[in-house]
Design a protein around this ligand. Structure first.
Ligand code: NI
Length: 255
């Protein structure tokens, strides 16, 4: 069984004590493909090191996370463009709008999001969207940029069925992680009305641990809890969920 974690911050400081063991645990659990979203330029070196340490397993993205869009964002965008020119990345992410942490940066968040979507189109890459308390704002940008060459993943999807359909209409797959195992996570109530072909698995480690680890540090091995839950929701085997979602990830990332 090959499980793909399409969104995991393995370079995070949260794993500095036991990174190698934690990754080895995940690989032993069947998770052999890790897609690594960027946050900002301060993490670039750590991401490159991670790839060096596990070259067959790590697939890097580049991008500026919406909560890290600050006054210096134009310099950050130049850093991203420099990286894109210098080597292969598998997606632009994570990018989007976050109004939970800071509403005052909405305008520059939208500007950075827009700019990075254009980069994704230029380099024919998928985007990985971060959306928190900002469905209207994210959909507004996607609506203005929608086209055949816009595609990607709506990471940590937590909306309702209607919002799910809208996300799919922009050629996005839904990134499903620990939230689907939460008692009050809500998405478990309609997810089986979404084709499994439109879903990819993720952990967002070290955040958003699935039940029964909720509130604790998350790690990629825990994606098996998400797999179990989806198998139950769709009434299919875990092997099938792993196979279909891995295939979906290959379509998106091209590897
Ligand atoms: Ni993330």
């Amino acid at each position: 069984m090959i499980i793909t974690d399409t969104h995991t911050h393995l370079y995070s400081e949260a794993f500095d004590e036991d990174r190698h063991d934690m990754i080895t645990r995940a690989i032993a659990a069947g998770v052999s493909r890790f897609f690594i979203p960027a946050i900002d330029s301060t993490y670039t070196e750590r991401m490159l090191q991670l790839e060096k340490d596990f070259p067959e397993h790590m697939f890097l993205m580049t991008g500026l996370h919406p909560t890290h869009v600050k006054d210096n964002f134009k310099g950050e965008l130049e850093h991203i463009e420099g990286l894109l020119k210098s080597r292969k990345f598998y997606a632009i992410g994570e990018i989007g709008v976050d109004l939970y942490w800071d509403k005052s940066t909405l305008e520059i968040q939208k500007e950075a999001f827009n700019h990075q979507i254009k980069l994704a189109k230029q380099y024919k890459l998928p985007i990985v969207i971060h959306c928190r308390d900002a469905f209207d704002e994210v959909f507004e940008v996607l609506e203005s940029e929608k086209s055949d060459d816009l595609f990607g993943i709506f990471h940590c999807f937590t909306g309702n069925l209607e919002q799910a359909h809208q996300a799919l209409s922009y050629n996005m797959k839904l990134g499903i992680g620990g939230v689907v195992t939460f008692k009050n996570g809500k998405i478990d109530q309609f997810l089986n009305q979404i084709d499994l072909k439109d879903i990819v698995l993720e952990t967002d480690a070290p955040y958003l641990s699935p039940t029964p680890y909720r509130g604790k540090r998350n790690e990629s091995a825990y994606i098996t809890r998400v797999l179990e839950k989806l198998a139950e929701l769709y009434g299919v085997s875990q092997e099938e969920v792993a196979a279909v979602t891995t295939e979906n990830s290959k379509h998106i990332f091209g590897i």
